[in-house]
Design a protein. Structure first.
Length: 396
């Protein structure tokens, strides 16, 4: 009697810059004993190296990733690991990017939102075809998809991709939660629900940022100014950002009080953008310093770090819409643009302060007006964006 033949599991690499997308797929695939997730990658360069190291049968590849995006990674994978099947799993509309990905050497294209069963069926089909009979793709450099839509100042592909990511996570974990009602361990169910809540909040923040951008472009961004003390606002904002700061050491230099007349929600939004940038562009052991200085006619709220800093030849791009200095991290490229608009609407400014190392941004806001009158001189404190900035100290 012949002994049963052991079937080697299908070796898959997951490449997506959203960790929860990878977590969702890994958990779904772990239910199938004939599938093994042998590696994960958060950017295109890592994807290529992981495929080569693991000799994966198939890679599930996102398109909009930092460092090297999916379109740029496809020819590299085809050249260095021609036996690996490439299945693109993207939030971009297939009608816009599908054929381009296939022309570069991908073997299949799926839009995010496809269920795990559908994804696995396509992965198996690609693996059976052992690369689909394609020859190695031309390894010539491929233009970044991010560069293309940023040149057009087109927010729709970005919005579609980012919201698609979050909806995929929400839908996937919700479906697994529903299917396992009563059977899932309490800790697993808690992790699933936390992922759903977290991605719902991220989607809301993205939509709010897009709404702000539209209001700003229409000249309709308004402020609801009030008397406030910046010191507790700064402390509360940093407390809320502990998850993003991770192990980075935060140095605070705050006065006892710093009273101004401003919109607390918008000031918090600008500070959040600055601190989030400092966290994104610095290593885990970096130092982030937040300093608040009260001057005669304004306050200066600065955020600095000891990271790589801004290349001098790129400083002019900092506050442009959709500007991202390099593609080493993900982001929308509208945070600094909105933050400076908020500062200008208050009659202040947001500037880059040149220093020998690292990066420092200074947010200047006028101090509270006498008599509690709004910044526009009208009781009620409503102010539209587009104000001239207050003179800021020289930044050298």
């Amino acid at each position: 009697m012949l002994a049963p033949v052991a079937i080697a599991p299908l070796r898959i690499v997951l490449a997506d810059d959203t960790p929860e997308i990878r977590s969702l797929l890994r958990r779904a695939f772990e239910l199938d004993p004939l599938v093994a997730v042998v590696g994960e990658a958060g950017n295109g360069t890592e994807a290529v190296e992981t495929v080569c190291r693991t000799e994966a049968d198939v890679i599930l590849l996102d398109l909009a990733m930092p460092v090297m995006d999916g379109l740029q990674a496809i020819p590299e994978i085809r050249q260095r690991s021609p036996g690996t099947g490439i299945v693109v799993l993207s939030g971009f509309d297939a009608s816009k990017m599908g054929q381009r990905a296939l022309d570069l050497g991908a073997h299949a294209y799926l839009s995010k939102g496809a269920g795990p069963d559908r994804i696995l069926a396509v992965v198996r089909e690609v693996a059976r075809r052992e690369g689909g009979g394609r020859g190695a793709a031309d390894p010539a450099p491929v233009a970044s998809i991010e560069a293309a839509y940023r040149r057009r100042h087109d927010l729709v592909p970005l919005l579609t991709h980012e919201i698609g990511n979050q909806l995929t996570v929400i839908q996937g974990f919700a479906e697994m939660l529903h299917a396992g009602l009563g059977d899932l361990p309490e800790e697993t169910a808690r992790q699933f629900t936390e992922a759903i809540v977290r991605n719902s909040l991220q989607m809301r923040r993205l939509l709010e940022a897009v709404s702000d951008l539209r209001q700003l472009d229409d000249g309709d961004l308004t402020l609801a100014v009030a008397d406030l003390d910046l010191v507790p606002l700064v402390r509360e904002t940093l407390d809320d950002l502990q998850g993003q700061l991770g192990q980075r050491r935060v140095i605070l230099a705050l006065p006892v009080r710093a009273e101004i007349n401003a919109d607390p929600v918008r000031v918090r939004q600008a500070l959040t953008n600055l601190v989030s940038n400092a966290a994104k562009f610095t290593p885990a052991e970096a130092v982030v310093a937040v300093e608040l200085t009260v001057r005669a006619d304004m306050v200066e709220l600065s955020v600095s770090d000891d990271g790589p800093g801004i290349p001098p030849d790129r400083e002019g791009e900092l506050f442009q819409k959709f500007s991202r200095l390099g593609s080493s991290v993900k982001g929308t490229g509208i945070g600094l643009y909105l933050s400076r608009a908020i500062a200008l609407a208050h009659g202040g400014d947001l500037v880059l302060v040149r220093q020998p190392a690292g990066c420092r941004f200074a947010l200047f806001l006028p101090r509270r007006s006498r008599g509690g009158i709004g910044l526009d001189g009208v009781d009620g404190g409503r102010r539209r964006a587009g104000a001239e900035p207050a003179p800021a100290p020289t930044t050298t």
